[in-house]
Design a protein around this ligand. Structure first.
Ligand code: GLY
Length: 381
């Protein structure tokens, strides 16, 4: 794929020491200068997780708005979805991805990301990478510059360094690290004030999860950031479909844990003839069913994105029913899992295991950027 000149400039800015939300704004405005007129046979559309329509760049644009402007200006669709996801990746306000993502039980921020380019029929991913604020771009470099799909751990970090990505010693922000310290203190209190070194990992994981939800209910952690992630998918005038998913994984996870986000078919799947699906939420439950692939296959059979997404959620629900680990006192699935789906006709959906008031997904089309309510199996209390 030919690299566009504005793409190269974007990259340098994002990899620079001063990579900030404002940098993304500067990047995005570059695209304005070159809007060609394109005959429209497909309806351009961007669909993804709610955090794609929260943070704004210096021009006041949200992530989905940047992506929509880029795809309607003729930029590469995958680059557009990555630019959308860069806003939360580089901002410490979003503790679910990139810089300032909630760390693991050792206090280390480890990141997973995946991208898929429909027209090129190529994909790339990184898992358990450390030190890079924008793992989405590293995933794209894996896709474009290797014969592999997925690089993990130190090898992924070394690959990123070799390809010009800035490596930092610690991706914690003051916010994420203070939340970690509070979480650790509470887990140690649960363990009769033994230190982490004296507690075994099973105890830390079991009590740690209780403490995580306790802190969420107290409003100290955004509940959406416990398994928080961002997925963004888009289609342009030419019917080219791409997607990108990026995450810091479950907050305070067992060190070494990798979730669904970097796994093709789970965190993301794109078929340029059919559509795209991506996920946020409890990655383990998505992995059992490779739901993004399942959703795209159901759309291949003719289902609307909403029906295909609900089909996948019901598969997960049926799998879990009867297992008390996954159920609440009302006999409902207690975890959340969300899918963001679009098809070749630019039909779209956001579906969630648990929805209701305040449970949104992000959309941008010719009606502008907005949040829409998720369809769901259960309503939140
Ligand atoms: N869905 C993100 C994760 O579970 O890691």
């Amino acid at each position: 794929m030919p690299e566009k000149s504005n793409r190269n400039m974007n990259r340098r800015e994002l990899l620079g020491a001063a990579a900030t939300v404002a940098a993304v704004g500067a990047v995005a405005s570059t695209a304005k200068a070159q809007a060609p007129s394109i005959m429209s046979s497909y309806k351009p559309l961007v669909v993804g997780a709610h955090n794609g329509n929260r943070l704004k760049n210096e021009d006041g644009e949200t992530g989905v708005q940047i992506a929509y402007r880029m795809i309607t200006a003729g930029d590469d669709v995958l680059d557009a979805t990555i630019h959308c996801n860069n806003l939360p990746e580089i901002s410490e306000e979003d503790t679910s991805v990139g810089y300032g993502g909630l760390p693991d039980a050792n206090g280390d921020v480890t990141l997973d990301a995946c991208c898929m380019h429909g027209p090129l029929k190529r994909a790339g991913g990184v898992a358990y990478i450390q030190g890079v604020r924008t793992p989405s771009w590293v995933a794209k470099d894996v896709m474009m510059k290797t014969n592999h799909h997925l690089l993990a751990g130190q090898g992924a970090t070394d690959f990123a360094r070799e390809h010009g990505h800035k490596i930092e010693g610690d991706l914690n922000s003051a916010t994420s690290f203070n939340r970690y310290l509070e979480w650790k203190k509470r887990v140690e209190e649960e363990g009769d004030n033994r230190t982490f070194a004296e507690l075994d990992l099973d105890f830390i994981e079991k009590k740690g999860l209780d403490v995580t939800y306790q802190m969420a209910h107290e409003g100290r952690i955004d509940i959406e950031h416990i398994h928080g992630t961002i997925n963004t998918n888009a289609i342009n005038h030419k019917g080219e479909i791409c997607g990108n998913t990026t995450t810091s994984g479950r907050g305070f996870k067992v060190p070494g844990r990798v979730g669904d986000s970097p796994i093709l078919g789970a965190g993301l799947y794109v078929d340029n003839d059919i559509g795209a699906a991506g996920s946020t939420g409890l990655g383990e439950m998505n992995l059992y069913h490779l739901c993004s692939f399942l959703i795209v296959e159901k759309m291949r059979d003719g289902m609307h994105p909403k029906d295909a997404g609900m089909y996948a959620l019901n598969r997960v629900k049926d799998f879990c029913v009867g297992n008390e680990r996954y159920m609440n006192e009302k006999g409902e699935i207690r975890f959340n899992l969300q899918f963001y789906v679009l098809d070749k006709k630019s039909q779209y959906a956001g579906v969630a295991m648990r929805g209701g008031e305040g449970r949104f997904f992000a959309v941008c089309d010719d009606n502008g950027p907005r949040h829409e309510l998720m369809d769901s199996i259960y309503m939140n209390d």
